[in-house]
Design a protein around this ligand. Structure first.
Ligand code: NDP
Length: 448
């Protein structure tokens, strides 16, 4: 509920201006509902118009991406880059290639990114970008030509000190390689302008694993501090079978849990003996196939059509790692009915507001995306540092820094939750801790 007058007024303005961007409104509302005690304690934020400025991107670039497919036909997609907030560092955030991408989706992701990046403790502002290009069924050559066309325009707006994009849905190592190559060719500059690069050309060890591993480090720490518990012996349900899902599954298993499901946009697999992550990696990372093939290869595993059924599988811990709004109120009720007491978000905004209400009503341990999945961008920040130093840290060094950052995020979220009178509330704490740092920087830098 919005109760604070200043917060209500700014939210009404956002509704009026951006009423056609439901995901953006959802992200803003969730943050506004939780930062009211912070705004009430800091009247200087209203005086400096912090909220009005926070919800308005510093810049949005929207552009045509024309490219030629394998049949020689001209294809036209839309490209976007939202440079949301640079108060604490250069814009930083991934690129998503998916047919559902539009300005509102990129704005919701960019807005979340501001507070997420702040939570990592590293100096990174918030940004996000992408295209409605659908890489499914496209050849390597088509993906390369699309990436080159996309970067031909994007390269005017980014740079190692300005804006440093990375991957997101459907943008992995292959796409980052093509994007980096085109940037280098056009700008004649070899710099850390993108993160998630290949290890041969400036990438960081442990970046591929970082988001999924980070989700588990965060979950393990929250379980330890709030419940004196761990992953050991727990049954875990994971959605998605992409970058975040695969490495969350791998780490959860290393920490002693049994992961029993993974999914894609067609359906999910259930393996009562525990998902064999190497089989999923072969299907998804090497063959770019469908999760259905897992059940064809692993005896005892079942495949079910449709995505929402995954939340009806009995578990102790759920890690949604696919996409936004994948858990609605009914799916959240199904999780609770199946014994789930922990939901930690690997994907961005995977829970609808109704789902979050169900978690809260039933006392679940709920780890919100902008805190729990910050490990990816945190290691991207470490990749930027290594590029600047012109050296590479070992896997173990990066992994140790990642673990420490995730533990700090839990500690800072809990400290902020306590300070603002909501002890134990990881969502309020994450929003408050992330917001205060950005707000103070905005006040200090004057009206921009
Ligand atoms: P990938 O493209 O590697 O994987 C995405 C997975 O989610 C695939 O299994 C995909 O299935 C599934 N998926 C995508 N859209 C839908 C949909 N509409 N319904 C059901 N399933 C869907 O992406 P990532 O793993 O990188 O990203 C997953 C989530 O994590 C996103 O929300 C992203 O924003 C977030 N995230 C990613 C970070 C990173 O470092 N990569 C960092 C922080 C957050 P299919 O193959 O059928 O499309």
């Amino acid at each position: 509920m919005l109760t604070d007058e200043y917060v209500k007024r700014v939210y009404a303005q956002v509704e009026q201006r951006d009423g056609d961007q439901p995901e953006f409104l959802q992200a803003v509302r969730e943050v506004f509902e939780t930062i009211q005690p912070v705004v009430e304690k800091h009247p200087e934020y209203e005086k400096a118009g912090v909220l009005e400025r926070l919800v308005e991107p510093e810049r949005i670039v929207k552009f045509r991406v024309a490219w030629v497919d394998d049949e020689g036909k001209v294809q036209v997609n839309r490209g976007y880059r939202v440079q949301f907030n640079s108060a604490i560092g250069p814009y930083k955030g991934g690129l998503r290639f998916h047919p559902t991408v539009n300005e509102g989706v990129i704005k919701f992701l960019g807005f979340e990114q501001i507070l997420k990046n702040s939570l990592t403790t590293l100096p990174m502002g918030g940004g996000k970008g992408g295209s409605d290009f659908n890489p499914k069924g496209r050849s390597d050559g088509e993906v390369m030509r699309f990436c080159q066309a996309f970067m031909t325009e994007l390269c005017r707006h980014i740079g190692q000190f300005t804006d440093v994009p990375a991957g997101d849905i459907n943008v992995g190592g292959r796409e980052i390689g093509y994007l980096f190559g085109q940037y280098k060719r056009i700008r004649d500059e070899y710099s850390g302008v993108l993160t998630g690069k290949g290890l041969e050309f400036g990438g960081s060890l442990a970046r591929t694993e970082a988001t999924g591993y980070g989700v588990c480090y965060y979950t393990a720490e929250a379980l330890r501090v709030l419940r004196g518990d761990s992953f050991e012996g727990k049954t875990v349900v994971i959605s998605g079978s992409g970058n975040v899902a695969i490495y969350a599954a791998q780490k959860a298993e290393q920490l002693g849990a049994k992961v029993v499901t993974m999914s894609d946009s067609n359906g999910y697999v259930y393996d009562p003996d525990g998902i064999k992550v190497d089989v999923v990696k072969q299907i998804k990372e090497v063959e770019r196939g469908r999760i259905k093939e897992y059940a064809e290869r692993v005896p005892g595993a079942e495949y079910h059509e449709g995505c929402s059924g995954v939340w009806t599988v009995k578990c102790d811990i759920a890690l949604p790692c696919a996409t936004q709004n994948e858990i609605d109120g009914a799916s959240a009720e199904a999780l609770v009915a199946g014994g789930c007491t922990v939901v930690v978000e690997g994907a961005n905004m995977p829970s609808t507001p109704e789902a979050i209400e169900v978690y809260q009503k039933n006392g679940l341990l709920y780890g919100p995306a902008k805190a729990a999945n910050a490990g990816g961008v945190a290691v991207s920040g470490l990749e930027m540092s290594q590029n600047s130093y012109r050296l590479s840290w070992t896997f173990d060094e990066v992994d140790a820094k990642l673990k420490s950052i995730m533990e700090t995020i839990v500690a800072e979220s809990l400290a902020a939750a306590k300070e603002y009178g909501h002890e134990g509330d990881l969502m309020l704490g994450a929003n408050a801790a992330g917001f205060v740092k950005v707000a103070n920087a905005m006040v200090a830098q004057g009206v921009l």
